[in-house]
Design a protein around this ligand. Structure first.
Ligand code: HSE
Length: 315
């Protein structure tokens, strides 16, 4: 049976989890990108169309992360199958929600489904990374949770360097995405090349506390550790509109912490499951709207599942 069409969804992600720059990330429930792949006679992947991007994303197969990931996978498999890709963007670009990773992951998962799932989910990692690397650098803190779900610790880009951590049952998130774009490249350029030993000790201690707290499902301690970043946030804060005001408003409304999601400008408030998620969402919305800046607020949680095959149908 030849599968003619396959569709996959890949979730948004919150990379870094505050203090875990380039090594920690989590998958977000309910929001992400969708890719549909259909066979075409010529080998290789090309873009057919993109929806929901406001015409900002290139259809050029060498520039689009979805086609780059799809072609990397076809190459990895030595396949001469041809596919055309429809990308449905659920995520804004340059938002800190792992938009390029979600497109790359959804494309790789959809092509794998079209080919009858020759590879296990984990084996799609190199192809997803090839897509992500084209716009965001070769790091797996967005790609891994989008592909595998939950919270991931990525100490390298090999599969053996990726660990899934337990999902704390009682942890909720409120994400606010202000209507500005922050380029990941620019946000990475803002970072210091070296840091003092004292800061290194504090930062590694906070990451260790965070991993310990995740294993104990202690949401208060998780939030405290996430917010202990003394290296990355101070260097990037000037790129995030109303960061201080948003933090103050979220904490006053009952959130335990607020951190930059990935390279920003999305901010991620961390809440205990019993807290007033609606109140935090309204408080965050007010910060931006009262300053005439649009924003999108999402009340959500950690997605246990990574990318999903939504449909695959035969010719
Ligand atoms: N860890 C990355 C960063 C995530 O903060 O730059 C964005 O790709």
């Amino acid at each position: 049976m030849v599968i003619a069409r396959a569709e996959a969804f890949a979730p948004a992600t919150v990379a870094n989890m505050g203090v875990g720059f380039d090594i920690l990330g989590l998958a977000v429930e309910g929001v992400g990108d969708t890719v549909i792949v259909e066979r075409r006679p010529q080998p290789g992947a090309v873009m057919k169309s993109i929806e929901g991007d406001g015409s900002k994303i290139s259809l050029d197969a060498d520039k689009n992360v979805a086609t780059i990931a799809a072609n990397a996978l076809l190459q990895q498999l030595g396949s001469d199958v041809g596919v055309e890709i429809t990308l449905k963007k659920g995520l804004p670009i340059g938002s800190g929600l792992g938009s390029s990773a979600a497109s790359s992951v959804a494309a790789a998962v959809a092509v794998n489904a079209l080919l009858g799932e020759p590879l296990a989910r984990e084996e799609l990692l190199p192809a997803c990374l090839a897509g992500e690397a084209a716009v965001s650098g070769y790091h797996a803190d967005n790609v891994a949770p989008s592909l595998l779900g939950g919270i991931t610790l990525t100490t390298g880009t090999e599969l053996s360097s990726i660990r899934k951590l337990p999902i704390p049952a009682n942890m909720r998130l409120v994400l606010v995405t202000p209507a500005v774009e922050v380029s990941t490249a620019l946000a990475r350029k803002a970072l210091p090349a070296t840091i003092p030993l004292k800061q290194m000790v504090h930062q590694t201690g906070s990451v260790a506390q965070l991993v310990d707290a995740i294993y104990r499902a202690d949401v208060r301690a998780i939030a405290h550790a996430m917010a202990s970043d003394e290296v990355v946030e101070p260097a990037r804060a000037h790129l995030m509109p109303y960061l201080a005001e948003a933090r103050e408003a979220a904490l006053a409304a009952g959130a335990l912490a607020l951190v930059i999601s990935g390279a920003g400008p999305t901010l991620c408030a961390v809440l205990d499951g019993d807290s007033d998620s609606e109140g935090v969402a309204l408080a965050l919305e007010k910060v931006y709207l009262s300053r005439d800046m649009g924003c999108v607020v999402r009340q959500t949680s950690i997605a246990a599942n990574g990318a999903l095959v939504l449909d695959s149908s035969s010719a």
